[in-house]
Design a protein around this ligand. Structure first.
Ligand code: BGC
Length: 374
């Protein structure tokens, strides 16, 4: 009883934090949510969703949360969506609370594979199906996984940087990578190397240093980049930053050194800050992942699993992902990421992910009108 109360309080606290959380790395809710064709009135089937963090990317609270909420409601589900704020203990407490509240499906976007695997095992023991969301838990037991083609995400980043440096033979590159405990970060890295490794080997580009950043910590990304830059005598021609948050931290250091706008930087997530950095010329590209599709596929899978329709779920999750730790294949929906540069920022606005008013203020107003973004 006491633990139930604690779990409830923790869940409530999560909501309060979510509502009041506000910072530079925070996106506004999207203009449009899921379709309302099958929206039901009255309470739907309870489904739990645990998101990992807020500080590593604006996506989780800005895109995933409202889009999952809308998509799940449209499928007649009643979602309880909480964010663990990067705290593994809190992640576990939230999961315990949802399991004891009787959710019919648990959607897990884990902080790391260890906690995600432990939570999935607990749910499984209670007969609750789980879906790994965005991040695959290595060594886990979820039967389904919904994400993007994450190797392709890395390839787009590698290709973006290679394009930006095509007229600079021997250009010096620093790589600031995601968390080593996030399987996605490994896939992004693998994708980048598919493009960059041959260029390093041919001497077309030169790798100064690569560094993974624990917990995708944006600040740590900035200080790490600064140390590498200083160690290289202040010389850099291009930066692989694994997402927009890390890119923002890198750009701050470049600006301090009078290098912003001269050194192409990659990114990911198409956050408002990332898009503004692109419009300003400080960031070369981002990867736009249409999270609405990720949310809608997750909602569809959850609705099928809640009804015990595994044949329907299998028909939806036709792709497969490798769990390299458990040595098994996980049925997956893997969506297409898109390369976004200055010329295509407009598309992210047109699709309702950010509003023109969020990215076109002040010095960027003329850039937006030139690009037809309004
Ligand atoms: C997600 C990225 C995100 C990163 C940090 C990854 O697992 O796929 O979209 O930028 O985590 O939150």
């Amino acid at each position: 009883m006491r633990s139930k109360t604690l779990a409830f309080l923790a869940a409530g606290l999560g909501t309060a934090l979510t509502l009041t959380a506000c910072g530079a790395n925070q996106a506004a809710p999207p203009a449009s949510g899921g379709s309302s064709d099958t929206a039901s009135s009255g309470p739907g089937i309870p489904v739990g969703v645990i998101l990992p963090e807020t500080a590593t990317s604006a996506r989780w609270e800005g895109f995933d949360k409202p889009m999952l909420e809308a998509a799940m409601k449209a499928k007649g589900l009643e979602p309880d969506i909480q964010n663990a704020q990067g705290d593994v203990q809190k992640f576990t407490t939230l999961a315990d609370g949802m399991i004891s509240q009787g959710v019919k499906v648990l959607v897990i976007a884990s902080i790391n594979s260890e906690v995600g695997t432990a939570v999935a095992a607990k749910a499984k023991a209670r007969g609750i199906p789980t879906i790994d969301y965005d991040r695959l838990n290595l060594g886990g037991s979820s039967d389904y996984y919904v994400s993007f083609d994450n190797v392709k995400v890395g390839e787009l980043q590698g290709q973006g940087l290679a394009d930006a440096l095509k007229d600079k033979p021997g250009a010096q590159v620093i790589e600031i990578e995601g968390a080593p405990t996030d399987n996605n970060a490994t896939l992004f890295y693998n994708g980048q190397q598919n493009v960059l490794k041959p260029l390093y080997e041919a001497g077309t580009l030169k790798l100064v240093q690569k560094q993974a950043i624990d917990g995708w910590d944006n600040q740590k990304g900035g200080t790490t980049f600064e140390q590498i830059l200083t160690g290289n005598g202040g010389k850099v021609d291009g930066v692989v930053a694994a997402n927009d948050g890390l890119a923002g931290a890198v750009i701050t250091v470049l600006r301090k050194n009078g290098l912003n706008g001269k050194v192409p930087v990659t990114g990911q997530d198409a956050t408002a800050d990332g898009l503004m950095a692109i419009l300003r010329g400080d960031q070369y590209m981002t990867v736009f992942k249409p999270i609405k599709e990720e949310a809608e596929n997750t909602a569809s899978l959850a609705a099928l699993l809640a009804k015990g329709d595994t044949a329907g779920a299998d028909a939806l999750a036709k792709q497969s992902s490798d769990d390299t730790k458990a040595n098994r294949k996980v049925k997956s929906v893997l969506l297409e990421p898109k390369l976004t540069t200055k010329d295509t920022v407009k598309e992210v606005v047109t699709q309702g992910y950010v509003k023109a008013s969020e990215i076109c203020g002040g010095d960027l107003a003329p850039v937006c009108s030139q690009l037809g973004i309004s």
